[in-house]
Each structure stands twice: as structure tokens, then as C-alpha cells.
Design a protein around this ligand. Structure first.
Ligand SMILES: C[S@@+](CC[C@H](N)C(=O)[O-])C[C@H]1O[C@@H](n2cnc3c(N)ncnc32)[C@H](O)[C@@H]1O
Length: 318
């Protein structure tokens, strides 16, 4: 039950939101969050939203969620409040080698196709919701393990809307849970111990990754990154409304190179949204490509691992 100041009585129950979220405040807050972050809280997630913001209401010395909405909207330090909110809303659920068929398709087929076009041109890969960094590190690992890091220049950009996640990705310290799907041999080859129950990726992987903050709900923050040859935008559209997904994908399709590939999460699909990209199969993975390019990318063939490459440098290990 909400008291007159919006504070719930019985507020110390585990999992119960501290503050009530009446209709008026819910709609205002839901819409402003969707506009600024893409994340859409429908009616079924109303109590989750109340739960997540209650801590921030208290931290700012406020007495209702409506007051917190006004703070986000009008306070002169509103950028800082948005950063705190995005950090709070971020779901840090990720692990190495998630959907390995996509990393395998990248390393065994896509990299070779770009190499064949121009071996000196850097292959540009973007991890668009990189969270704590397991995804970009897995990309680097797949390419290193197939020998590509010695053959061609590769640049991986890794971004997230949450500065807290990007800081953790830069720290690159991982516990046991992050390794739950990575084959043991790859773990021992590409990671080193960094204290009790902590491991870090070897420099051979991290030296090709550049981290930054970019919000997919703000076109200006990611349109240049969308020019990457390969985009991994996985398990973030599940939090967005359809209109936001369409806006983001429109920028991808405008900016992607002719044979750019977009990988999404396993439960994400664009087919019902009527966007300008089509689904193609590369190896055992599905990817989205520009309209008319499906048959071309589906003809790409694997480059056998260990194929000698003219001018290849010896493999470095650090
Ligand atoms: C569940 S994680 C996905 C991590 C990784 N891509 C994977 O598939 O394992 C979702 C990430 O999306 C980020 N995120 C949420 N809204 C975002 C936005 N508007 N722009 C960029 N990243 C966003 C969150 O901060 C979080 O790190």
C-alpha cells in the first residue's frame, strides 16, 4: 500500500518496490526512458521498473517516483541522473562463447571473404551492447584462434550505453561464471590467472579492442560505428520496443557496407518488423544482410584453418 507521500508501507519486503508507481508517473517515466534509452517497460514490467528506480529515488533524497521523473526531466544535472539510471537498468547477463556458431562463422567464413577482397584493409567489427566485455573478447578469441590476427588488420569496437559496464569491460577481470560455455582448451590458451577466482584475457586479444560508451537510442552516438563490416547487436533488442528497434536497424542498413553482416541474439528476430535487411545463413549461423545480398554471402566458403598466407607475420603471444 502506498502512503500519502508515495512511499509504500511494508516496504522492507524482499523484492517489493519501496515506492508506488501510480498510472500517471508510470506512463511519464516509461515514455521518457524509452525515448532516452530504448528500453521499454510494458505493463507486465511495471513493478520491475518501480523496484529498479526506488533506490534512485531514495539516493536523491526524494519522496516519490513522480519527483524522480521531474529530476530526470528538468534537473540541471540531468545527464548524471541519466547515467545512474542507465547503469541501474542495465542487465549484466553475458558470458564467453555465447552462440558460438556466430563466432565460428565470423572466423571461418566472413573474415576470409573480406581478406579475399583486400587483405590490407582492416576488418571492422562492432559489439554494440558489449556489457562486461565477454562478447568482444570472444570475437577476438575466435579470430586469433583461426590465425586471422596474424594475417590481416582487425579492429574491434565495443560499446554499451552503461558507463559502468564499459568500465568493467575495460578492467577485463572475469570470474568462473563467465567461462561456463568456453571450451577448456581455449580458456587455458587465451586467459591468465589474475588472483583468486579471477582471470584476464591475454593481451593478444585485448590489444585489438577499443571500448566506449554509445547509446543505441541516440543516432549520433552510433551512426559511425554502424559502418562496421560486422555488427554484433545481441540480446539488447529484447528490451526495446518495436519502433526503437526499427529506428536502430534503419541506421544499420543505411550505414552498413554492401556486404555487412548483423548478428542478433538467439531470441531476437527482425522478420516481422518489415526492415530493409534480409536473413542469410553463413555456416551454421544466421545473419542479417542488405536486401539483395543474401545469395552472394551464402556463396562465401570457409577458409581452411592454417592455409598459408603470403606475408603472414609469426604469431605473437603476450
Ligand atoms: C543482456 S546484455 C547483452 C550482452 C551481450 N551483447 C550478449 O549478448 O551477451 C544487454 C546490454 O545492453 C545494454 N544496453 C541497454 N540499452 C542499451 C542502449 N540503448 N544502447 C546500448 N546498450 C544498451 C545494457 O547496458 C547491457 O549491457
Amino acid at each position: 500500500m502506498a502512503g500519502s507521500n508515495g512511499r509504500r508501507s511494508g516496504s522492507f519486503e524482499f523484492g517489493a518496490a519501496l515506492f508506488a508507481l501510480p498510472d500517471s508517473a508510470f506512463y511519464l517515466l516509461r515514455d521518457i526512458i524509452a525515448e532516452r534509452t530504448g528500453i521499454f517497460f510494458d505493463e507486465a514490467k511495471r513493478s520491475l521498473l518501480a523496484d529498479k528506480v526506488s533506490e534512485l529515488v531514495t539516493a536523491n533524497g526524494l519522496s516519490s517516483i513522480l519527483d524522480y521523473y521531474y529530476l530526470l526531466r528538468y534537473d540541471s544535472a540531468s545527464d548524471e541522473h541519466w547515467t545512474a539510471l542507465i547503469n541501474r537498468l542495465s542487465v549484466p547477463e553475458t558470458f564467453f562463447w555465447r552462440q558460438p556458431e556466430q563466432f565460428e562463422a565470423l572466423a571461418s567464413i566472413v573474415a576470409g571473404a573480406y581478406y579475399a577482397i583486400d587483405p590490407r584493409r582492416p576488418l571492422r567489427i562492432w559489439s554494440a551492447a558489449c556489457c562486461t566485455g565477454e562478447e568482444p573478447v570472444s570475437i577476438a578469441l575466435a579470430l586469433a584462434n583461426a590465425g586471422w590476427l596474424d594475417r590481416m588488420p582487425i579492429e574491434i569496437r565495443a560499446t554499451d550505453a552503461s558507463p559502468a559496464m564499459v568500465d568493467r569491460a575495460k578492467d577485463a577481470l572475469y570470474g568462473e561464471r563467465s567461462f561456463r560455455q568456453l571450451p577448456v582448451g581455449l580458456r587455458s590458451e587465451y586467459f591468465e590467472s589474475a588472483g583468486p577466482d579471477r582471470w584476464r584475457p591475454r593481451t593478444v586479444l585485448t590489444r585489438i579492442i577499443r571500448y566506449g560508451v554509445a547509446n543505441l537510442a541516440r543516432r549520433s552516438e552510433f551512426e559511425d560505428l554502424a559502418e562496421s563490416d560486422v555488427i554484433f547487436c545481441r540480446n539488447v533488442f529484447i528490451y526495446f520496443g518495436d519502433e526503437t528497434i526499427k529506428q536502430v536497424v534503419r541506421v544499420f542498413s543505411e550505414r552498413m557496407p554492401t556486404d555487412g553482416c548483423l548478428f542478433l541474439g538467439a531470441s531476437e528476430s527482425l522478420t516481422r518488423l518489415g526492415v530493409d535487411l534480409e536473413l542469410a545463413e553463413i555456416g551454421n549461423a544466421f545473419t542479417y544482410v542488405k536486401e539483395g545480398r543474401r545469395q552472394i554471402v551464402e556463396r562465401w566458403r570457409p577458409t581452411p584453418v592454417g592455409t598459408p598466407v603470403a606475408g603472414a607475420r609469426p604469431r605473437e603471444r603476450s
